[in-house]
Write a protein that binds this ligand. Structure first.
Ligand code: UT7
Length: 324
């Protein structure tokens, strides 16, 4: 038996923050941001709009696409690093809002890899008897962004994407998932304050430790290397060649990272889903938003062979191959 994607949906907040807007906030330029990252604009949650609000919208759309109701769900997994509260899990708020009365609910923390990690958990649960698992990647990155730090504030955006993972006995479904981590590089991307190591305090606020810090240049190099490595091992585990892939849907962090990966793998740009220009890096939401757009644009059809590739804080990296 396989686990397949029975429905997909996404939601992004209405407010658009352009590079021109950022030029008025920090010492940056539209030209620098476009050339170094490929980003033109990103979405920002409204005041009071939290991770679960985005997740619920995306989840409803995925359920509609799957032709299911919330009471059909056995489990809800929310991949996020920007949940509504430190406690309880955002997935429980989503469970309540959707009315998924029979579902277990928990969050999964693997930063930008969260969606692919959660997809692998859903895959395993479907193979061991669950029928329908809702997997959501949802982030309000704007809440942990330091809007005075030009090194990071130009990169991130808010949004959510969701899939319903269901049992399938046919040929379609998740062929394999691959998960990796290397905690020796944990300091490359970090929110240093606000957790149990350095609980919230005046010092945390004064030193702006509640915001995301990133060693961008070092992260860039590891991202290219690990995305290539995991794509190659994923293909080889499935006895596939790069040419067999119909669409590669990578984590949308930076167009230059993705172009370097495409070049190393020999993947033509027509076979890569790119939307970093419109949303920036939405962490765990980035792959499901891109997947949803690819489906709606007709770039993924029944039978398409789709490969996912993610990379992020931890460090973590992950991939999956899906026969759609
Ligand atoms: O999803 C999690 C994974 N995260 C990533 O994959 C991010 C990976 N890293 C990156 O995307 C890139 O490293 C960045 C876009 C963050 C930075 O690009 P870069 O080409 O690596 O630039 P850099 O860090 O080497 O900085 C080059 C220069 C520096 O100035 P000096 O020291 O050369 O004078 C920076 O201060 O660019 C400067 N700079 C900026 N200038 C204008 C940094 N940020 C900005 C900015 N506007 N926003």
């Amino acid at each position: 038996m396989k686990a397949c994607i029975a429905g997909i949906g996404s939601y992004v907040p209405a407010r658009v923050l352009t590079n021109a807007d950022l030029e008025r906030m920090v010492a940056t330029s539209d030209e620098w941001i476009r050339e170094r990252t490929g980003i033109r604009e990103r979405r920002i949650a409204a005041t009071g709009e939290a991770c679960s609000d985005l997740a619920v919208q995306a989840g409803k759309r995925a359920l509609t696409a799957a032709g299911l109701s919330a009471t059909d769900l056995d489990m809800i997994l929310v991949a996020t690093c920007t949940g509504d509260y430190p406690l309880p899990a955002t997935a429980c708020l989503v469970q309540h809002q959707l009315g998924a009365t029979k579902a277990a609910a928990c969050d999964l923390s693997a930063a930008c890899c969260g969606f692919v990690y959660a997809l692998s958990v859903a895959d395993a649960y479907i193979k061991t008897g669950m029928r329908h698992v809702l997997v959501i990647g949802s982030e309000v990155m704007s809440a942990i962004t330091d809007w005075t730090d030009r090194n990071t504030c130009v990169l991130f955006g808010d949004g959510a994407g969701a899939v319903v993972v269901s049992a399938s006995d046919g040929k379609r479904g998740i062929l394999s998932t691959h998960l990796r981590s290397d905690g020796t590089l944990c300091e490359l991307i970090m929110v240093p304050g606000g957790g149990s190591r350095t609980p919230p305090s005046e010092k945390v606020i004064d030193e702006r430790l509640q915001y995301i810090k990133m060693k961008g240049n070092e992260t860039f190099k590891v991202a290219v290397r690990t995305l290539e490595e995991i794509a190659r091992s994923t293909l080889s585990a499935n006895h596939l060649r790069v040419e067999d892939i119909d669409l590669y849907v990578p984590h949308q962090a930076n167009i230059r990272i993705l172009k370097a990966v495409m070049e190393r793998l020999g993947l033509p740009i027509e076979k890569v889903m790119l939307n970093v220009d419109r949303y920036g890096n939405t962490s765990a939401a980035s792959i499901p938003i891109a997947l949803d757009e690819a489906v709606r644009e007709g770039r993924i059809k029944d039978g398409s062979l789709v490969m996912l590739g993610a990379f992020g804080a931890g460090l973590t990296w992950a991939s999956a191959v899906i026969r759609w």
